[in-house]
Design a protein around this ligand. Structure first.
Ligand code: EPU
Length: 432
């Protein structure tokens, strides 16, 4: 299988460009299915999750034109509601957005239950609750989701989410964009990518208000038209490089970011003794002295993101003292701890809390990327460790980090990829 080989012990220096936000892109691509015109999307990250989603919608008949490295044009005018490529849908979490988009466009949808990284039970009951409130009949049977809108079109509804859910908030917002009447989502999630998807929909003619607060109001429209939209920078990719510099030491300027989205991560780094200098659309991260321990609890935005939990836990392995990290979103997001222990980390997990005793150094070892962010954490550990670390299962990392190895090499890391000729090729975009 494909591996990353890391010779640890080098500090990181230089500049890195952050790509477009994965978790916005994976919603915007399905949402483009509803648009009656050409969507030109800029700042599209080149990662396997977006390639996979574009390959799924092209199987529906979407015409996808790759304009340059980060710009695509998606034309869904000739899309028909055919049987979807279920095997591909099963491999990706964000395929749940196809439910909202297909219901919005065709009044019915058939998808698989979503796949994605495995960190405990990942229900979609809140997505279904929203679709049902908007008049869909939804049935989950044998791993498939069947949804049918009464008389072919959803209607507006008032929906209170029992759990703050990024996926359910976005999915309901997408479906409501073309429903008849007004939808109100209460207890909505507030992540930056929710605002981004709302902005995308609005730039195509939707009427979505309040995204970024806990109440979102959507006035359904008859039609969405084409347009141009640029995806926001990826908060978690930026945070991952911030944490990498904190762990290795050095000085890196992180470009193409929105500092506001990174405030909770910057605040933790400052507590850890890392210097963070804020510029207009960049941050400079500098660490010369020792790392200090801190306590972290992951929460929905604006709290500390769960998608940064493995990376900060890894950096805290090098702090001088004891840190407590509590996972407040997922039931089981500590599988990577066993991998870190192979490298000499001193971490005990009890329920949702990890107790991390800092150690002077880790030692390189063969480790696996258990999921996307855990994989990034293994790379950070490898960058700091003495000796060679081989990270397996890097297909998880490549789902969400554009050119991780290339960007780290540019910062002076000694990291390379060993491709396995037997490993299936990454899905390539269909260029029309
Ligand atoms: N939940 C429910 N019912 C639902 C939906 C969610 O109980 O119908 C629960 C979940 O079990 C979890 C919590 O609510 O305990 C939050 O889940 P959420 O729906 O917010 O997560 P998601 O939409 O499945 C997205 C990101 C994840 C990120 C979470 C939380 C995408 C494609 N995925 O997942 O990103 O961890 O929000 O911020 O947007 C990643 O990028 O590595 C990643 C896993």
């Amino acid at each position: 299988m494909d591996k990353y080989i890391i010779n640890g012990g080098r500090r990181l220096y230089g500049e890195v460009e952050i790509s477009g936000a994965k978790n916005a892109a994976v919603a915007i691509i399905p949402a483009a299915l509803m648009v009656d015109g050409v969507c030109r999307i800029e700042n599209m990250p080149q990662i396997s999750d977006t390639d996979m989603l574009m390959s799924i919608i092209s199987a529906f008949g979407a015409q996808i034109k790759v304009i340059d490295r980060t710009t695509v044009e998606i034309d869904c005018r000739s899309v028909h509601n055919c049987d979807a490529p279920f095997e591909k849908m099963r491999r990706i979490r964000a395929s749940y957005y196809l439910i909202g988009a297909m219901l919005g466009r065709f009044g019915k949808a058939k998808t698989t239950m979503p796949g994605g990284c495995n960190f405990g039970v990942r229900p979609i009951d809140q997505h279904i609750k929203g679709m049902v409130a908007m008049g869909a009949k939804v049935e989950v049977k044998n791993g498939f989701v069947y949804a049918d809108a009464h008389e072919g079109r959803l209607h507006g509804a008032r929906i209170y989410l029992d759990k703050v859910s990024v996926g359910a908030t976005i999915n309901i917002m997408i479906a409501a964009a073309m429903a008849k009447g007004k939808t109100i989502i209460e207890n909505a999630a507030r992540e930056p990518h929710i605002v981004d998807v709302a902005n995308f929909l609005n730039s195509m003619g939707a009427d979505v208000r309040g995204a970024g607060t806990d109440t979102i109001k959507v006035n359904g429209v008859e039609r969405l038209h084409g347009g141009t939209y640029s995806i926001i920078p990826d908060q978690i990719e930026a945070g991952t490089y911030m944490m990498a510099v904190a762990a290795t030491g050095g000085e890196v300027r992180i470009n193409n970011i929105i500092p506001k989205h990174l405030e909770c991560i910057s605040a933790k780094l400052v507590e850890m003794g890392v210097e963070v200098q804020e510029l207009e659309d960049a941050l400079v991260i500098r660490r010369e002295g020792p790392l200090r321990p801190t306590n972290v609890k992951t929460l929905p935005y604006p709290g500390f993101p769960t998608d940064m939990q493995p990376q900060i836990s890894t950096a805290l392995c090098f702090a001088e003292g004891t840190s407590f990290v509590t996972e407040g979103v997922w039931d089981n997001r500590y599988k990577y701890v066993n991998e870190l222990r192979k490298m000499g980390a001193n971490i005990e997990v009890s329920g949702r809390t990890a107790v991390i005793e800092g150690v002077p150094c880790l030692t390189g070892a063969p480790v696996a990327a258990c999921d996307l962010r855990a994989g990034a954490a293994m790379v950070i550990a490898g960058l700091c460790a003495r000796g060679v670390t081989e990270v397996e299962d890097v297909h998880f990392i490549e789902r969400g980090y554009e050119d991780f190895v290339g960007k780290l090499m540019q910062l002076g890391a000694d990291i390379s990829v060993r491709r396995d000729p037997e490993e299936p090729e990454r899905i390539q975009l269909v260029v029309v």
